[in-house]
Write a protein that binds this ligand. Structure first.
Ligand code: BT5
Length: 319
């Protein structure tokens, strides 16, 4: 009910108690109680006789009802499970998926104490300063194509950030969003599968939002940046999460229906790691050469100086 009420309040200026109680099919007293609860959570709501309620300001939170109220999607982010603090949203999402949570269910947290990156690396999170979220997907695609979802997610997150802040994001293959040479977003795609069947995919997304340039953890201060550090704006995190859901849902549908090719040009338009020399550290060895594109399947094409070509599925890229 809270998310429906907030959706009505977000839609316009004043909404009368009568309209709210009709739309939500509850009593005026129940409406008043929910308004009071929202105010206690930090929402500034003006109540005026004969006019009703007017939402003046919403706090910067990752409350489930706040995200659910803002999404314009069919399934992505319609069901949100929000935590104040968890070790990592990834295992929580795996658990929810194993228990049958449907596609589009989103796990978010205000803080992660053991955020994780790829290959057992750490993802550093400062409480209330970042977005930490994991989305459950159940695509009917072959197992080998699952890594492409990282690239789809990267395009979705870049587009969403650019909608809420005056920032141009570049994508460093396969999973980093960069601004001015520093990392703004990390993406971690994990899956549960049998050798021949994909059960579900969890796309974990970490976005640095509010940290000032000098406020980053020592560990990442030389490599990380945030939306605030880049443009001086403290965006509302629920608004950005909802935009990521809006963008991701249509891009994902297009990908599932028409394949990666449908997304490839959008990805390439933001590519940072192409048409230049790179060092790629892969599970099969380190290759240095010219990165000249990605395939229709999303693998990186790299040509070594001796002319040998490699199609790389997964790597750390040094520019
Ligand atoms: C990633 O790994 O970039 C994937 C990060 C995914 C984080 C999300 S948050 C929600 C979900 N829950 C989780 O526990 N994880 C996901 P990788 O490419 O391996 O990069 C890790 C490297 O990025 C580290 O070794 C650091 O150098 C750097 N790093 C760590 N924290 C950072 C931060 N906050 N901002 C920028 N760089 C960071």
């Amino acid at each position: 009910m809270k998310s429906l009420l907030l959706r009505l309040l977000l839609a316009g200026d004043y909404v009368s108690g009568e309209v709210i109680s009709e739309q939500l099919n509850v009593s005026r007293t129940a409406v008043w109680k929910q308004i009071k609860a929202l105010k206690e959570q930090g929402y500034t709501i003006q109540s005026t006789t004969n006019k009703g309620y007017n939402l003046l300001q919403a706090p910067d939170t990752v409350y489930a009802h706040d995200i659910e109220a803002r999404v314009q999607t069919k399934t992505f982010g319609r069901d949100v499970i929000a935590y104040d603090s968890v070790p990592s949203t990834q295992p929580m999402a795996h658990q929810a998926a194993t228990n049958g949570s449907h596609e589009g269910t989103l796990i978010v947290a205000n803080e992660q104490t053991e955020g994780r990156g790829r290959l057992g690396r750490e993802w550093v999170v400062e409480k209330e300063q970042t977005i930490s979220m994991s989305l459950i997907l159940r695509p009917t695609i072959p197992l080998t194509r699952a890594p492409q979802l990282t690239l789809v997610a990267a395009v979705a997150v870049a587009r969403a950030i650019e909608k809420v802040a005056p920032i141009d994001c570049e994508i460093k293959w396969p999973n980093d969003l960069m601004v001015n040479g520093k990392k703004l977003v990390g993406i971690l795609t994990e899956m549960a599968a049998d050798p021949d069947q994909l059960h579900y995919v969890i796309v974990g997304i970490g976005i640095n939002c509010h940290q000032g340039k000098m406020e980053f953890h020592n560990q990442v201060k030389d490599v990380a940046t945030s939306i605030y550090a880049e443009c001086g704006q403290k965006i509302n995190r629920s608004t950005l999460i909802a935009e990521v859901m809006n963008e991701f849902e249509w891009l994902y549908q297009s990908y599932v229906n028409d394949g990666f090719q449908a997304i490839k040009t959008l990805w390439e338009a933001r590519a940072l790691s192409l048409q230049q020399r790179v060092i790629a550290r892969t599970p099969k060895g380190t290759f240095s050469g010219f990165a000249y594109g990605i395939t229709d399947e999303g693998q990186l094409r790299l040509r070594e100086d001796n002319g040998q070509e490699h199609l790389i599925y997964s790597a750390d890229i040094e520019l």
